[in-house]
Design a protein around this ligand. Structure first.
Ligand code: ZN
Ligand code: ZN
Length: 271
């Protein structure tokens, strides 16, 4: 099984890594997506075609991957490093076509010994994967091992337990409940969608402490009220908050343009 596929453009790298690890001509039985955001589903279609493999997602995530609905819009007003960039990203609407399948209960295709659990909050049909025998937990974006709200942590890649990527998380009370459920698994190893894997001996205790004390952002579109979605996509959204940054950026560019224009004219006059 391959879990998640990265941003578009990474297929060659994944194919080479799979071949180096499992031998040439090998292919997974299934691609399983923790959720459909573009940094997780970006190469799913290309790889599925190359390997002739189905792509599995949860039923509640499928409308955002079969062309029925766009994801709820990102919230750039929530604050932090990632939120700053979120306002410049296009809204994702994506169709993985006939390769898409819904996960069936209590079964991870191509991976005996693993189970999946529904962990909504970051996205509606987000799942995590867990193997009881060695307590390995793959958390997608519901729990990270790098703090994407911090400019400093993004540069240094400092390893720490961190909440889901804030601008793309659409239901904070569900996200907190999902974190507590993960803590109850007492994992020995955590592999997250962002950040390097963690396997410290006190990881179960640290995760429990983190889940009980994790703060939601102070403000933001989805903090007080979640986005509601169902099998067909978006049902309703909290109102969009005012975002001053595009206006401030436009004003700054306008002023810079004026200054450059004036400088240019002055120079011509001088000559
Ligand atoms: Zn995500
Ligand atoms: Zn992600």
């Amino acid at each position: 099984m391959l879990v998640d596929t990265g941003f578009p453009g990474g297929a060659r790298e994944i194919l080479a890594a799979a071949e180096a690890r499992f031998g040439s001509g090998s292919r997974p039985e299934a691609i399983v997506l923790t959720h459909g955001h573009i940094d997780h589903s970006g190469n799913a279609r290309v790889l599925a075609d190359e390997w002739d493999t189905p792509i599995y997602v949860h039923r509640l995530e499928s409308p955002f991957l079969n062309g029925k609905s766009a994801y709820p819009p990102a919230d750039p007003t929530v604050g932090g490093a990632l939120a700053f960039f979120a306002r410049f990203l296009p809204r994702q609407s994506w169709d993985l076509g006939g390769r898409l399948r819904e996960l069936q209960a209590d079964k991870v295709p191509g991976a005996p010994g693993w189970r999946w659990l529904l962990t909504p909050g970051h996205s509606p049909g987000h799942i995590c994967l867990f193997r009881e025998s060695d307590r390995i937990l793959l958390t997608g974006d519901v729990l990270l091992t790098v703090n994407m709200d911090s400019w400093n942590a993004l540069m240094t890649r400092k390893c720490e337990l961190a909440r889901p990527p804030t601008p793309f998380t659409i239901d904070w009370s569900a996200a907190r409940a999902s974190l507590k459920e993960l803590a109850g698994l007492r994992p020995n190893v955590i592999g997250a969608g962002h950040g390097i894997p963690m396997s410290d001996s006190d990881l179960p205790e640290r995760l429990e402490h983190f889940a009980n004390n994790c703060r939601t952002p102070r403000r933001g579109r989805y903090v007080g009220q979640p986005a509601h979605t169902n099998e067909n996509g978006i049902v309703d959204l909290p109102p969009a908050p005012f975002d001053p940054v595009p206006f401030a950026t436009a004003a700054a560019l306008f002023c810079a343009g004026l200054a450059l224009g004036a400088g240019y004219l002055d120079e011509k006059k001088f000559k």
